[in-house]
Write a protein that binds this ligand. Structure first.
Ligand code: UD1
Length: 368
């Protein structure tokens, strides 16, 4: 009896990791590092280039080198234009690379396009940062819908927190597809912070605002509040690296450009942002990532949004939801800048979003 021919090469799972914006690059990097350490898998990295200038410095800081760079960004791109071009472009990579898994992160147009393209090609989707919910399709827009839809398409879901896991289970996702991992942003942050010297403390408020649902009147209200705060606290510096979206840059310059203690800066690379975050007194932001990062350094966060899909920091007392109402923003920020006890109560170092080992857990699940 002849024995069957042994396979010449054992099939190693092929994993394609797709990202396109700055926060996705930060959050997939620890997964790519962990996958690259495993000889039992083959990993390829694809950037859609949904962001261009804002992506490159983060890729450099985190050592992310895409095997496929789709270079899709157009000035003032619409959601549908970008989505349609991204589906087609990722599809081409799928037909060439034939991965066993496609990994997407979060809730962006890139993540949505990657998941849909893979689903149509019957490639299994793994969703990092699954299960975050506000329950309101208008906030964040369109991200709440993107995240929900990707969760429906995914074969493996990696919620970062117990709350996100419970949301998925409550929606009927089978428990065997769900793995609680922590958020990979903590892994990335630990790696960056390890290379920095002691923080330089400054009398500075770090501001970031970019959300699509705030464009127009809500953004104008936020900027009115910032202007009022800058006038009330002339010795405090308001440092605001401005997102490159023209819907943000124009109104930011018009409303705040003339104020001596407001610095409207270019977007920062990740290392510089982490430096600024470690040294500031207070953070005003609508960014999801910064909500997750600030408690690591014990910095109070005022969330400039009506709802958040990341309530863990608020429940822990280190963040507060202040919305876009100028009076509320000014009153809450003023209190934290003048009342040391109120500030100290929120300035606690804790990490409700992860333990720095999420990338390794995700890589192990994909390899298994
Ligand atoms: C996207 C994500 C959002 C994420 C944010 C992080 C979607 C639907 N939204 O929003 O969830 O929080 O990224 O920044 O995917 N631009 C440049 N250079 C850059 C980047 C952007 O000029 O490097 C300008 C372009 O005019 C571009 C515009 O910003 O058209 C909007 O970029 P886009 O990625 O479509 O939306 P974001 O608001 O960045």
């Amino acid at each position: 009896m002849s024995s069957p021919e042994p396979a010449l090469v054992s099939a190693r799972p092929r994993i394609l990791v797709v990202y396109g914006t700055r926060p996705e690059a930060i959050k997939v990097a620890p997964i790519v590092w962990a996958l690259a350490r495993r000889s039992e898998v083959t990993v390829e990295v694809c950037s859609t280039g949904q962001h261009r200038e804002m992506l490159a410095p983060v890729e450099a800081a985190l050592g992310l080198v895409p095997d496929h760079d789709l270079d899709l960004m157009r000035p003032d791109q619409t959601l549908n234009d970008l989505l349609s071009r991204a589906v087609v472009a990722v599809d081409r990579v799928l037909t060439r690379s034939r991965p066993d898994w496609l990994v997407v992160q979060g809730d962006t147009t890139t993540a949505m396009a990657g998941a849909l393209a893979a689903f149509h090609r019957r490639v299994r989707v793994a969703h990092v940062e699954a299960g975050l919910r506000t329950g309101d399709l208008g906030h964040p827009f369109p991200e709440e819908a993107n995240r929900l839809l990707i969760d429906r398409l995914a074969s493996l879901l990696f919620p970062p927190t117990a709350r996100a896991r419970d949301a998925l289970l409550a929606e009927g996702v089978p428990a065997e597809r769900v793995l609680l991992t922590g958020n990979t942003v903590v892994d990335a942050l630990e790696r960056i912070a390890a290379g920095l010297g002691p923080p330089v403390e400054r009398d500075e408020v770090l501001v970031t605002v970019h959300r699509r649902e705030s464009f127009g009147e809500p953004l104008a209200r936020i900027f009115r509040a910032l202007g009022e705060l800058a006038r009330r606290f002339p010795a405090t510096r308001f440092f605001y690296p401005v997102h490159r979206n023209p819907n943000v840059t124009g109104p930011a310059r018009a409303a705040l450009g003339g104020l001596p203690n407001v610095e409207l800066a270019e977007p920062l690379d990740y290392v510089a942002l982490v430096e600024r975050l470690r040294g500031c007194r207070l953070v005003l932001t609508d960014s999801g990532g910064i909500q997750e990062e600030a408690p690591t350094f014990g910095k109070p966060v005022l969330v400039l949004r009506e709802t958040t899909e990341r309530p863990e920091g608020i429940e822990a007392g280190v963040a507060a939801l202040v919305g876009t109402d100028p009076e509320r923003i000014v009153a809450t920020a003023s209190r934290l800048l003048t009342d040391a006890a109120a500030h100290a109560a929120m300035a606690r170092r804790l990490q409700p979003y992860g333990d720095g080992k999420a990338g390794e857990r995700i890589a192990a699940a994909l390899a298994g």
